[in-house]
Write a protein that binds this ligand. Structure first.
Ligand code: MSP
Length: 671
């Protein structure tokens, strides 16, 4: 199998490594699924840095498109204000990555000026080379996914990605000649290692290449929140064209904001979720071919974190909040859990039980015990410093040899798994060694050796040195997953900077024999499952309530103008409620008898019973429009309408009759 390189790519191998996460939609707060994707990429980035690469790790936000425009409208703010709040606001996307200790080198927002200008140039370039042409788009559009579909691609008439309703769409649009690149894309997918895991290749070829690649609609005219096509006002660039090129513009492609494109491009890997593999493995390489740029080396499509077997989504109300989990269990434990539990290329079922179980088994029992038992024994038997000479032992036992050889081989096994984007398997390798080390403690029974220090002190020191060395090597290789906890581990076992390196992870015996060992805080305390589950439930319920409390929806303002004279024709008056009663056989209607200042009672029927009991309203001064034509409701005449303020709270309708100061006389005109 060929490597994923395409013609034109630099052949000289530099020790650079450029990797990316997808850029996230700032349409809602991010959940644990997004966190999974970013933590995985971060672990790989940290591993590559550890292994001596010049790493560029990019993440960011994908801020254009109809979905954002609609959400902003609903929230009554501009799209820019809307995305600013979700990206940079409190507990926003940047805050989340800071909390999760994400080590990205750069953060791109697609609303950044340099990116917008670059996208315009790129679009024009593809237009000029004939790969973008104008036509009419007729087909289906899935708004939440920002995806165009042909009839044949729909599944049961619904979006094949998210299963939601699609809309008919017909508009003048620009198209990208995706069909022209079909053969080259097939070759790339089938005959190179560009797309991983391999199972995704089959999906792409069967679902998209075999049925025939159609040209792709790459501009929209029905909304405006996007990069304007500068040579054709009214068109905005399709959000995926805008989004995919972020990987290049963030390095300086077609702009002067950055100057690393030559150095870092092509990307070594784009880590993406499975539902966006299509964009990254078909559309993205085709567009790069069109503009004559080298292709990324790999796209890796990971699986989804599911909840109760289904995809998490805000609309289903089943998202898991990473803030709550990180706060409750610690950032490193959460990072570790995500990487340890779910095979990276497949879907996995998230649950709080599984999270707690993993922390207790792997971190508290296996790793935590190894470190705390070892450091405690070095403290207890040797005052925190082993004697010189403890590194070697003339007549090693079989279990000494086994432990040492496993620890020596660990870096190689780990590297192999990390290089194949299998962080869960790399962790497996580490835990085999940790478990072996714990067994070694039992086999050596240091507490028995300690009974006769004169006879067995040297042997005991050697056993403890072996354990410290094992912990050190495991700590180095775990550090991409749990950076802060591993720092603490190193401090406890007395491993200074020089023996925390990649090279030293393969060099058994690097730790100084007389390193100062301190039994510090317990790295991973055991969690009481029942108590933690109950607390989590409470926290999650409180968060849901707080989030729901914020959803106040008001109707969008009308854009159509009313001239002043027309407005003045509406006769609004203060009216006093003389009597009020429920209308028989109606759940909604109240019948009001009103003093409108004319001397004759006015009767108005109003559908406000859901919000008021009649006796609450008697004596109140309300506002009515009095020159509407009479209307019959439930056989009763209504002469006018009471004015109220309406909105939705947590999706529920709310209504307040407008009540004015009782000192205002009945009949006073409102103008
Ligand atoms: N904006 C696009 C990406 C453009 S990249 C040029 C997008 N954004 S997203 O916010 O909807 O999703 C970002 C990433 O989060 C995707 O890779 C997606 O698969 C991942 N995840 C979202 N929910 C997820 C899970 N429940 N589980 C795992 N990953 C999930 O798509």
């Amino acid at each position: 199998m060929r490597s994923g390189r395409y013609k034109g790519e630099k052949s000289m191998e530099k020790k650079k490594f450029y990797l990316t996460t997808p850029i996230y939609y700032p349409s809602d707060k991010l959940h644990i699924g997004h966190t999974y994707c970013t933590v995985a990429t971060d672990a790989i980035a940290r591993y590559k840095r550890l292994a001596g690469y010049d790493v560029m790790f990019l993440t960011g936000t994908d801020e254009h498109g109809q979905k954002i425009e609609d959400k902003a409208k609903e929230a009554g703010v501009t799209p820019q204000e809307f995305v600013d709040r979700i990206v940079d606001g409190e507990n926003g996307i940047r805050d989340l990555w800071k909390l999760m200790n994400i080590s990205n080198d750069r953060f791109i927002r697609t609303t950044d000026d340099y990116h917008v200008a670059a996208i315009q140039k790129i679009f024009k370039k593809m237009y000029d080379n004939g790969d973008i042409y104008k036509g009419t788009y007729k087909g289906k559009y899935c708004k939440p996914c920002e995806s165009f579909w042909t009839e044949s691609q729909l599944v049961d008439g619904k979006c094949p990605d998210c299963g939601r309703e699609v809309q008919d769409a017909e508009e003048e649009a620009y198209f990208f000649r995706l069909s022209k690149y079909a053969d080259r894309i097939r070759d790339l997918l089938e005959n190179t290692d560009f797309l991983q895991p391999r199972s995704r290749v089959h999906e792409m070829v069967k679902n998209f290449i075999d049925p025939g690649l159609e040209d792709l609609c790459v501009s929209r005219t029905s909304f405006s929140w996007g990069v304007p096509v500068d040579f054709d006002p009214g068109h905005v660039v399709y959000v995926w064209v805008d989004a995919l090129f972020n990987y290049a513009t963030a390095m300086g492609y077609q702009n002067d904001r950055y100057h690393d494109y030559e150095h870092y491009w092509p990307a070594d890997v784009h880590i993406v979720g499975k539902e966006i593999v299509r964009f990254h493995s078909i559309i993205w390489p085709a567009m790069l071919m069109s503009v004559g740029e080298p292709l990324p080396k790999h796209v890796f499509g990971h699986g989804w974190l599911l909840l109760d077997g289904g995809k998490m989504s805000k609309s289903k109300g089943n998202v898991v909040d990473p803030y709550i989990l990180a706060d409750k269990f610690g950032v490193d434990a959460l990072r570790f859990f995500l990487m340890r539990t779910f095979p990276f290329g497949s879907d996995g079922n998230f649950s709080n039980e599984l999270l707690i179980q993993t922390i207790n088994t792997d971190l508290a029992n296996d790793l935590g015990n190894l470190v705390s038992r070892t450091t405690a024994m070095v403290g207890k038997y040797f005052g925190g410093k082993l004697p010189a000479g403890c590194r070697t032992w003339d007549a090693p036992e079989a279990f000494d040899t086994e432990l040492i050889s496993m620890a020596r081989a660990l870096r190689g096994a780990y590297e192999e798994q990390m290089e194949s984007f299998a962080p869960h398997k790399a962790l497996d390798e580490i835990f085999k060694v940790i478990q072996r080390a714990n067994k070694y403690i039992d086999e050596c029974a240091p507490w028995v050796l300690a009974k006769d220090m004169e006879a067995n002190g040297a042997r005991l020191a050697h056993v403890l040195y072996n354990l410290l060395e094992t912990a050190r090597i495991c700590g180095i290789l775990l550090s991409p997953f749990m950076p802060e906890s591993c720092e603490k581990l190193f401090a406890q076992i007395g491993a200074d900077e020089t023996v925390r390196t990649w090279d030293s992870a393969a060099a058994w015996g690097s730790l100084s024999e007389t390193a100062t060992v301190t039994k510090g805080e317990n790295l991973f305390p055991r969690i009481d499952m029942d108590k933690a589950l109950a607390e989590l439930e409470e926290l999650e319920a409180a968060a849901r309530k707080a989030a729901a409390g914020n959803t106040v929806e008001v109707e969008p303002q009308l854009t159509e103008k009313v001239d002043f004279d027309t407005f003045c024709k509406n006769d609004f008056r203060a009216v006093k409620v003389k009597a009020c009663e429920a209308v028989k056989k109606s759940d909604k209607l109240l019948k009001f008898t009103l003093d409108d200042g004319t001397g004759t009672d006015r009767q108005i029927l109003s559908g406000v019973h859901k919000f008021y009991e009649p006796e609450q309203l008697v004596g109140k001064t309300l506002v009515a429009i009095v020159n509407l034509p009479p209307r019959k409701m439930m056989g009763l005449e209504s002469n006018g309408m009471l004015i109220s303020a309406v909105h939705k709270e947590n999706g529920e309708e709310k209504l307040h009759l407008i009540m004015v100061d009782d000192s205002i006389p009945a009949g006073a005109k409102l103008c």
